[in-house]
Design a protein around this ligand. Structure first.
Ligand SMILES: [Zn+2]
Length: 122
């Protein structure tokens, strides 16, 4: 399914999560309904640092599928890392990165290839 938007509630929850984990990274996997990202899943026991994205891939039970992911970059650089590019294709088609200081515009959506993409907030 094509993801075209995120609910504003989900977006503000993710921003709060990024703020509360700072200076550590947070990672969440996202569900969608009718093309709108609207559900947040956290996996227990994940380490909250930049390597967590790759560790996470080993912790997701087989058969679970997601529409996208969200994680933070406490250094404020909103560009996918090499680890992110490896991680994105396994977890759906829309991936959000939140950068310090986590203001309303301090985030960007990326495709599974790590390219910037647009995402409506509804
Ligand atoms: Zn990252």
């Amino acid at each position: 399914m094509m993801i075209h938007a995120i609910s504003s509630d989900t977006l503000s929850t993710l921003i709060e999560m990024a703020k509360s984990q700072h200076p550590h990274e947070f990672v969440a996997l996202l569900d969608a309904e009718n093309g709108v990202l609207s559900g947040i899943n956290l996996l227990p026991g994940t380490r909250l640092d930049e390597r967590s994205a790759s560790i996470l891939t080993d912790m997701v039970p087989l058969g679970m599928s997601f529409s996208g992911s969200a994680h933070s970059h406490p250094n404020g650089v909103i560009v996918p890392s090499d680890a992110d590019i490896g991680f994105f294709p396994r977890f759906g088609s829309c991936h959000l990165i939140f950068g310090y200081p986590y203001g309303p515009d301090d985030w960007q959506a990326f495709s599974r290839d790590g390219l910037r993409r647009s995402l409506e907030v509804i």
